[in-house]
Design a protein around this ligand. Structure first.
Ligand SMILES: *[C@@H]1O[C@H](CO)[C@@H](O)[C@H](O)[C@H]1NC(C)=O
Ligand SMILES: *[C@@H]1O[C@H](CO)[C@@H](O)[C@H](O)[C@H]1NC(C)=O
Ligand SMILES: *[C@@H]1O[C@H](CO)[C@@H](O)[C@H](O)[C@H]1NC(C)=O
Length: 506
């Protein structure tokens, strides 16, 4: 009798919540929303800002941008930061993740000249946030490198370790009184693989299999030096925290029963996430063993004297290890590993060829972005893997979101948030993964890099044909606000697309 009653209650609970078993977030769990300087600020050539690599790319090769747009005006946040903050207040977020534009603050890229207007702009934003009790979470580098430093080789030049150190030092000193949470780099994979190993991101240096690995060497060292500077010099006075945001497409075997595919998916995850996480978050440090071995083997076959990726020496392994207070994760989607060998789209040499596996996109819900398939369970698997691989680190989700073409009734986005957040609750409760906070991408539709404005991820719709760049709240604003206010997933039935009828057996 008791058993039967409980089974019925269990069934009802399942039907009632339809997707999520858990709905309440743990006490202290925080919610925010993210943006990036180049994607929203505009004002590319005013008040002393210098040219960055995205200005250069969009002006010299506009055909690379899907809709021919650029970041010259973008959302005009440079002139509209009061509106931005009003939107943040309307959302009710605990924190706002934004990035500093290096070329607006230090136009030469070096600390020999400071642009006073850059300092003024960010202080104004920080003061507005403080007045509204919104905590800043500030990214030092979100892809908009000063062109002057790119002219010297950008992240392929080891001298960048010094330039990034000086820039970080300047920002900690200037803004550190108002900022308690720093992120050094946003998505190192995209910086190194897409910008120095491919043309997918600026500066679009297609040095596949070579430039990407020079970049990771420099970037990880630059990250570590910035961390140590903060840890030793600024943390004792400013009491903040500093970490890195690593992005991942999570790879799963197309057939979970096939042990070869299971092993290859692990290799792919080491190449993707482990490339930057392993040197920082493991006890042994350094690049993942399988990466070092695969690339050494292929480099030898190519007749090279040294591997294209060199393992760090003992000094740097030690220096890089442990340099992140949290594991920041940007996650959107899951792809599949379908076989061994060289992926048909892989160039030679390249990161993809070095993996030695064939990848395809997961069959899942579609978004406006070709690469973004909706696979909520993949997020849970990634989070469990991070807990195991990196000794149970405290985790902040620093980006997660969904693109459409700009729907005001953005049911697809709401469903995405609901389903991905449900998976986060599952791993927090069932697997004790230590997730402390969540950041939605993004505050408003913005310049989505090579997709221009054709793929829209925002809570607010931005009309880019109107010079005033008016922002209109989408339905997801109400959803996220309700979620944050109640510290609980809203009842999804109230936000379901009425045009989609789903058969329910309850
Ligand atoms: C700034 O760039 C705009 C194009 O976005 C151009 O029309 C304008 O002349 C430039 N201003 C200066 C001062 O160079
Ligand atoms: C950060 O500083 C503390 C206090 O000096 C020190 O114990 C710790 O080892 C440092 N962290 C790293 C990763 O060096
Ligand atoms: C965008 O702004 C333009 C110019 O003001 C206007 O004609 C158009 O109707 C607006 N579009 C939307 C979707 O609001």
């Amino acid at each position: 009798m008791a058993v039967t009653t409980w089974s019925i209650i269990g069934l009802l609970a399942l039907c009632h919540s339809s997707i999520a078993g858990y709905t309440k977030f743990p006490p202290g769990f925080t919610f925010g929303v993210a943006t990036a300087s180049h994607q929203i600020e505009g004002a590319w050539n005013v008040s002393g800002k210098s040219e960055n690599v995205w200005d250069r790319l969009t002006h010299t090769r506009p055909e690379l941008i899907a809709d021919g747009t650029n970041g010259d005006i973008a959302c005009d946040s440079y002139h509209r930061l009061h509106e931005d903050v009003e939107e943040l207040v309307a959302l009710g977020v605990h924190f706002y993740r934004f990035s500093l534009s290096w070329s607006r603050i230090l136009p030469t890229g070096r600390i020999d000249y400071v642009n006073p207007d850059g300092i003024r702009y960010y202080n104004e934003l920080l003061d507005l946030l403080a007045e509204n009790n919104i905590e800043p979470l500030v990214t030092l580098f979100h892809w908009d490198l000063p062109q002057s430093l790119q002219d010297l080789g950008g992240w392929a030049n080891p001298k960048m370790i010094d330039y990034f150190y000086d820039y970080s030092d300047f920002c900690f000193k200037e803004f550190g009184g108002k900022i308690k949470s720093w992120i050094t780099f946003n998505e190192p994979y995209e910086i190194c693989e897409d910008a120095y190993g491919d043309e997918k991101k600026a500066p679009a240096i297609d040095s596949h299999g070579v430039g990407n690995y020079l970049c990771s060497d420099t970037l990880l060292k630059a990250h570590a030096e910035s961390y140590h500077l903060y840890n030793e010099t600024y943390r004792p006075v400013q009491n903040g925290r500093i970490f890195i945001s690593i992005n991942s497409i999570w790879y799963e075997p197309s057939d979970p029963e096939n042990s070869e595919l299971v092993a290859l998916a692990e290799v792919a995850n080491q190449f993707k996430f482990g490339w930057f996480a392993h040197p920082i978050f493991t006890v042994e440090g350094g690049y993942p063993k399988v990466m070092v071995e695969n690339i050494a083997r292929q480099s030898e076959a190519e007749g090279l004297r040294k591997p294209r990726l060199e393992q760090f020496d003992a000094y740097w392994i030690q220096r890089i290890k442990g340099t992140s207070d949290f594991l920041g994760i940007n996650h959107y989607t899951t792809h599949l590993i379908t076989g061994a060998g060289v992926d048909p789209i892989a160039k030679s040499p390249s990161w993809l060829k070095d993996i030695g596996a064939v990848t395809t996109m997961e069959v899942g819900g579609d978004s406006a972005s070709e690469w973004l398939r909706v696979v909520p369970t993949g997020f849970a698997n990634l989070l469990r893997w991070c807990k195991i691989s990196y000794n149970d680190p405290p985790i902040y989700i620093t980006e997660n979101g969904f693109s459409d073409r700009g729907d005001l009734e953005d049911y697809g986005r709401i469903k995405y948030f609901n389903d991905y957040l449900s998976e986060i609750l599952n791993v927090i409760n069932d697997d004790k993964v230590n997730v402390l906070g969540y950041t939605a991408w993004t505050l408003m539709d913005n310049f989505e890099w090579r997709a221009g404005f054709s793929e829209r991820f925002g809570f607010y719709y931005v009309n880019i044909t109107d010079p005033a760049r008016p922002r209109t709240p989408k339905l997801s604003v109400q959803y996220y606000r309700e979620l944050i206010d109640n510290h609980e997933l809203p009842h999804f039935d109230r936000y379901k697309d009425p045009s989609v009828r789903t058969a329910r057996r309850c």
